[in-house]
Every structure is written in C-alpha cells, then in structure tokens.
Design a protein around this ligand. Structure first.
Ligand code: MCN
Ligand code: SMO
Length: 788
C-alpha cells in the first residue's frame, strides 16, 4: 500500500504516562456493561444446553416449557433451522473440511453445553425454571474425548468431519533431512498445553431489538468483532446490512473469546423479530465455562538438530490440536495448531531449515477458538522449553545457548521466507541476563538447595507478529484482507473527536488513540475525546484481534488527523501570510518556523474554518472531518523476553512465583503505563495457564470444571512483582514507529514458567513437559523421578 502516506508525528504525548481516560468511569462504577442496559418491554432468554457429550436426540418436547407461566416462546433446533442453517466455517486452505455449527442442535448433540433449545420469558427466573421442564431423550453415542483418540478413529466426533480431521497440512523449508542426518545431537520433546478458558471478568451478553416498521435491528453485543457480526447477521439471517446496527458497550475483557460469532448472537435477532419485543441474554459463569470458546489444548512435538557448536541447524515441529466439536466461527479449529507451527518455529533463532506439520482434530468437547496469542503460546512453549533442554544437554547456560543461535543482523528472512525488518533480539538476551544478575542467581540457587529449598529461573524469548494486517496475513500464507478506518473531527474550539473502528475490551485504546491524534494535530491530549467502535454505523473495523489496535487504529487516526492538520496549516499560513510548509503546530499554536512572534492558535484557525470565510485560502474545502483507512505495507514483529523466578514448596509441590523480569520491544511505546499493564496482565494469565487453570473432562466427555471453585484462576496473591525494561526498535512502516504487543505476556510466560519449574526440579533428574504444573504433578516428579 505505497499510497498510504502517513504523517510524521512530533511526539509530545506519545511516550508519556498519560493516565487512562477510561478509568474514572470504570473505577467509579459508572461504566455501562451489557447487563446494565435494559430496554422497555424487554424479555429474557435462557438456553437449554446438552447435558451429554455425544448423543442422538431421539425425543425433544418443549410443550411443558411453553405452557409454563411467563414463557413467551420456546424453540428447538427444528424450529430455528428454517431461518438459518447455522454458522458455516470455510477456508481456502487446501484440504480444509468445513463444518456448519447449528444455532440449536437438531439431530445430534456434540458437546456438553451445546445449545439445544431457547426459551424466552418475562424474567430470567421464569425462563430458567421453564428450561427444567424440557422433555427429552437421547441415545448415547461414543464420545471422542482427546486428540489422540480422535486420530485413532475409534469413533467419529462430528459426522461433518468423517475422519475427525478439520485440516492437516505442513511444509518443509531448507534441507531438513540433511540437517537431522548430519546433526551432532538431536533434542526433542512432546509438550502439552492444557485446555483453558479466557475467562473474561465479564461474560458474554446479547440484547436484540427489532423494529418492524423501519426494519431496523439494533443488537448489543460485547463482541471484539462488531462489523463481522453485522455482516454475518446480514448474510445468514437476511437482515439488510444497512439496517443492522451492532452496539458494543463497555466490555470487561475479551481476550479472544469474544472474537468469534456465536449461535446466541445469531438467535437473538430472530427472537426479537418473532416476538416484536426486545430480548436480552446475559451468559452466566457456568455457561461461559461450558460454551464460551475454549482455548489452547494441543500437543506439540518438536525437535532441534544441533551441530557440534550447539547451533540449531534444523527444527521439526508437529502440532496436534484438540479443536472440539466444530470449527469455531470464523477462525476454525485450525488456528491453534496452525499458529503453533507456521508462526513460531524459528523465534529469535537463525535456524536454516524448518519442517512443520499441523493437524486439527474434532472431539466431543466445546469448540476451541482464540485466546490471547492463539497458538503462539504452544509454539513458543515448545521452542523455548526445548532451547532450555538443549542448553542442559550441552552443559551450557540458557543465555549462552540463545546467544549462540540468535539472529543479530536485520533484515532477516527466515527459511519460510518471512522477512523480519528489525528487532532487538540479541540485545534482549543481554538486557535480561543483566536484569536477573544470573551469576548471583546461580549462587543463591546453589545455597538454597543445601537448605532443601528449590529455586528455579526460566527464560522465554518471543517474537510476536503484531499489528495484524493484510500484508502480515499474506506473509504467513493466509489470505485475510483487513479494512479499518478512523474519523477525526476538529471542533470550532480546537478540540477533537476521534472515532475508531475497533471496539475496546480494556486495552486502553481510547487513551492511546487520543495520544496519537493529539500529537498529529499538535494539540493537548486532554482536548481529544475518542470513541471506540460503540456502533457499527461509524468507523469500520476488522476486529480488535492480533495485537493490531496500536498499529492499525493508530495508523488510521494518524492519517485522518494528518488530513485535518494540513487544513489547519493551510488556513494558518493564509492568516499569517506564510507558506503552509513553514507552519508548525506546537501545543495548540500554529507558528511560522523560525519566526518567534508570528502565531495563531489552533482554536482560532478552527473557528475561522467553521465561521469566517475570509480566512480561507483560494479554493479551500472547509470540512474539518476526515475518515481514512490504514493497513501497513509489511508484516510487523515485536519481540521481547521474560525470566520468571519460582520456588517449589518441597512439602506441597506448590509453585510460588517470586519475581518476573520482562523485556518488551514494541517499537515506540505510546503509553508505558498501558504497555506495562498489558505485560503484567498477560504474564499473570500465562501463570494461570501453566499452573492453576485447566478445563477438565472425564472419560465420558462430561465437563467437571464449571465454577471458579473447580477452575483455578490466578489471583493477586499469586501474582509476583515485576521489573520491566523497554527496548524501542521503531518500525519504519508505521506512524511513530509503533508495533503491537497486547498478546506477548501470555504468548511467552508459560515457557518461562515451565523452564523455571524444570530448573528447580533439576536435582531430581526430571523434566516436565505437560501443563498445568499442579502440585500433584510436581510432587510426583520429585518423588518418582520420571518426566511427564
Ligand atoms: N500500546 C502502546 N504502545 C505500543 C503498542 C501498544 O501504548 N507500542 C497500547 C495500545 O495503544 C493499546 C494496548 O497497548 O492501548 C494494546 O495494544 P495492541 O498490542 O495494539 O493490542 P490491541 O489494542 O489490538 O488489543 C488486542 C490485544 C489482544 S489480541 C488480546 S487477545 C487482548 C489484549 O490485547 N485482549 C485484552 N489485551 C487485553 N487487555 C485487556 N484489558 N482486555 C482484553 O480483552
Ligand atoms: S486472541 Mo486476540 O483477540 O487476537
């Protein structure tokens, strides 16, 4: 996109710790989440969900439900099918086997929690009570409950995927066979990332309101992808796209789980139209743990061929993902194993040959979707934990092994042909080693072992493909095209309103986009108000995913503000009798460069553009509102590392977190407070996914963890203190040199945790490779001396 000229910004608020403009509402309880919204005449929705993992529906009678007091409607899959066959997931990837997820199951249920029927009543109580009266019968079918069983084909999980395979693929780059034949040493391992939930603080929710007179549908959803939802509703339910408005209120976290289109979001518009009443559904926590997209579950088998000097000469990796019962719209069950292999095999290492394969299989469990750094987490875990295994095998420090293999000259093209334009990969090793004071740690570790205390330090280095864009997607061999806009309006008083096409779930986009706009316009950040995509009627967006907000929304804001800035300069030049090229704007004042006392305020310029034609230069077009799109020309990679210090309680096997050291390089940091908050939150989610969290199924496919008593989220009492260093290798391709970083914490922390635990366990001669690192597992390793 060479035509996408972006203005050069003189940073004034970018890089400073501007306080989040979002927080006053959030902290004072004045935010408006979807559950807070109530429409006149609204009715309430509850779902009847499958209690079994896999069965044929032999009998389903809703008449008692319908007869229940306060019930307005009850529908089964048979009632819904004429309106919509379901949510199809297709892909241009060769060999991809599509599925269609019904809005309500019709003939078979494929996982516990799958929606079977929907009930609308005057209250949620009435709806839930009525759900109890369903009269049903099932004929049990064999349940496929893990990926290995799916491959073994003892039973079929979903008749739409007769081989249990959603997609199988792979590729080889360089002489991989030669690398392994000639290797001095081969290290390898099978790593397992357990099934978890993003568990956002706020569960999902939908409100639909249809007006038959104007044929307009308003749909409130706390989705990360409002425009995709609008398109899906139009394509699959027959509403006019121009007659659908998606409204995203304040949202309490999405983390990828809300980056999908769900059956519930498709059903509520149909119900509102049918009943001519607004309908509301707020997911409860049990539903969220059962039916919100699950995440992560996969095995990664990885091997390094090493030469005599400890250099990686080949990487072989295979990921086997447990995708659950359907492709999760729109990303499919493939993204988790695909990202774990295609996006991560080389990391920061100069490996000349790569081979990967990936397989996504169906099981009778909740569909797996996106969760912060989807697939990157498993791929990074495998690669970085194998790096520590290799260092141990070579008798080398883990820093030294990485220094020996790191790429240090840029641009670097990896064996897959992906170009990395810049990075502080070597520097991040040096900085992290200094931060942890490695020699001092080794002394402390040795001393404490003598007292029967087991300390461990684990490292993890990452490269995050951020600023997800058309170019980034194409570089990785997927064909997604992204489109995002922002609108900037300068008001007569010289303040600005900005609208972006991305909805926000807590990332602080309103604050950081105000910083981008303020610096481009040359005004104070307090004079900019940002509206994130609360309504699809305004700016357009492809979704708050793939750590793209800073780069993409930031780029669109800078471009739109750049258009306005030029107009301000043109009028200021006219008023000051200077050339527009000689005008600069500093702190809300337009000056003639090099002339001290010739100036006019931006507010006076803005007022005259609105109200005083005499100020305009010849042929001036007086709009002070601009909409621009942005999609960067190149794939964008940020990088960094974490070192995590743990101590294992030898009595209980409990992993205690003493300290996290983080190095982050996301180019120019727009707001250090926000970036550091993203690191802390992401790393603590990574600690959760490595030690505390697991969605557990029994052998019959029953989900056992449906409350926060059974599903262990990390809380403040396990969150350790952080020390964070910023490196700033600017991108040449984005306004201000910004790169994204919103997923890095969760991408990289689990590898550091596993490496730390294995470092602590090294006196026992065991290596663990399977998450979560529960006290039972750690104690068994200490007692038995075998790895698992
Ligand atoms: N930022 C910055 N300087 C940079 C890069 C980023 O100040 N050089 C700021 C951004 O302006 C933004 C935040 O850091 O305010 C994250 O930016 P970015 O990396 O661009 O990520 P996105 O804005 O696209 O957010 C999405 C990303 C993803 S994909 C997931 S998943 C995730 C994450 O952000 N979900 C979150 N962080 C989350 N944080 C919260 N609180 N809630 C979620 O649901
Ligand atoms: S998992 Mo983030 O929404 O890309």
């Amino acid at each position: 996109h060479p035509h996408m000229v972006t203005p050069v910004i003189e940073a004034r608020s970018v890089g400073t710790r501007v306080l989040r403009s979002e927080d006053p509402q959030l902290l004072r309880g004045r935010a408006e989440f979807i559950a807070d919204i109530n429409l006149p005449r609204q009715l309430h929705v509850a779902f009847i969900r499958s209690p079994v993992a896999h069965a044929r529906i032999t009998h389903l009678d809703l008449s008692a439900v319908r007869d229940c007091e306060g019930v307005y409607l009850a529908w089964s899959g048979v009632d819904v099918a004429p309106f919509c066959e379901g949510l199809p997931v297709e892909s241009a990837m060769e060999g991809f086997v599509p599925t269609t997820m019904p809005l309500l199951a019709t003939t078979e249920v494929l996982y516990v929690g799958e929606p079977l029927a929907v009930v609308v009543a005057e209250s949620r109580y009435a709806a839930e009570d009525a759900c109890e009266l369903v009269d049903w019968d099932f004929e049990a079918l064999p349940a496929v409950t893990d990926a290995d069983a799916a491959v073994a084909m003892g039973a079929v999980a979903n008749p739409q995927l007769p081989d249990n395979v959603g997609l199988r693929g792979g590729a080889t780059f360089g002489d991989i066979a030669g690398a392994f034949e000639q290797a001095d040493k081969v290290v390898q391992g099978r790593f397992y990332t357990c099934r978890v939930s993003a568990a956002p603080m706020e569960t999902r929710g939908v409100i639909a309101d249809y007006d038959w007179a104007s044929k307009s549908l308003r749909l409130w959803s706390n989705t990360q992808m409002p425009h995709l939802l609008q398109s899906m509703i139009s394509a699959h339910l027959g509403f006019g796209e121009h007659e659908v408005e998606i409204i995203t209120p304040d949202t309490g976290g999405g983390f990828g789980q809300k980056a999908h289109v769900y059956p519930e979001e498709m059903l509520l518009p149909l119900l509102a139209r049918e009943l001519d009443r607004p309908v509301k559904w707020i997911e409860d926590r049990r539903e969220n743990l059962m039916a919100g997209a699950h995440a992560h579950e996969q095995y990664v088998d990885i091997a390094y061929a090493l030469d005599r000097d400890g250099r990686i000469v080949g990487v072989r990796t295979h990921a086997l993902g447990d995708g659950g019962a359907y492709h999760m719209p729109p990303w499919s069950m493939v993204i988790e194993p695909w990202c774990a292999t295609v996006m991560t095999p080389t990391g920061i290492y100069d490996a000349p040959a790569v081979e990967y394969t990936y397989t996504a299989v169906a099981t009778n469990k909740t569909p797996v979707g996106a969760y912060r750094g989807v697939g990157y987490m498993a791929g990074t875990l495998a690669r970085e934990c194998l790096a520590d295994d290799a260092a141990r095998a070579l008798g080398m420090s883990p820093f030294e092994f990485r220094r020996r293999n790191v790429v240090s000259t840029f641009p670097w093209t990896n064996p897959q042909g992906i170009v990395y334009e810049e990075g502080s990969w070597l520097e991040s090793i040096d900085v992290l080693e200094r931060m942890v004071d490695y020699p001092a740690f080794l002394r402390r570790q040795a001393e404490s072992r003598e007292e029967g205390r087991y300390l461990g330090l684990g490292l993890s280095f990452f490269v995050e493909s951020s600023g997800e864009s058309t170019a980034g997607s194409h570089a990785h061999g997927s064909k997604t095209v992204y489109h995002d806009t922002a609108t900037v309006r300068l008001n007569p008083t010289g303040t600005a309103n900005v609208t972006i096409g991305l909805s926000a779930q807590g990332q602080g986009l309103a604050t950081t986009m105000a910083q981008m706009a303020a610096d481009t316009l040359g005004i104070k950040v307090q004079d900019v108000s940002v509206q994130t995509a609360r309504s699809t009627l305004h700016a357009y967006g492809s979704g708050t995913i793939g750590s793209r907000g800073a780069v993409i929304a930031g780029g669109a804001v800078a471009r739109a503000a750049g258009v306005i800035r030029e107009k301000v300069c043109a009028v200021a030049a006219n008023l000051l009798e200077a050339s527009p090229d000689d005008i600069e704007i500093v702190d809300g004042v337009a000056l003639v460069k090099g002339v001290a006392d010739v100036s006019v305020s931006v507010s006076d310029v803005a007022a005259s553009i609105y109200f005083d034609m005499s100020a305009w230069p010849e042929g001036f077009e007086p709009s002070l509102e601009a909409t621009q799109a942005y999609d960067p020309a190149r794939a964008m990679f940020s990088n960094g590392a974490h070192a995590i210090l743990v101590e294992i309680d030898a009595e209980t096997g409990f992993v205690k977190f003493e300290k996290v050291y983080s190095v982050e390089d996301c180019g120019t940091v727009i707001n250090p407070n926000i970036v550091e908050g993203q690191i802390r939150g992401g790393v603590v989610q990574g600690i959760g996914a490595s030690v505390f969290e697991e969605l557990v199924y029994d052998a019959s496919g029953q989900l056992l963890t449906t409350t926060f008593l059974d599903y262990g989220l990390p809380t403040m009492d396990v969150a350790p203190p952080f020390e964070i260093s910023h490196l700033e290798t600017r991108s040449k391709h984005t306004p201000s040199g910004v790169k994204g970083m919103g997923e890095s914490g969760l991408i990289a922390a689990p590898a550091a945790v596993l490496n730390a635990v294995n470092d602590a366990l090294s006196p026992f001669g065991v290596v663990l490779r399977s998450l979560p690192l529960t006290p039972e597992k750690v104690l068994a390793a200490m007692a038995g001396g075998t790895g698992m």
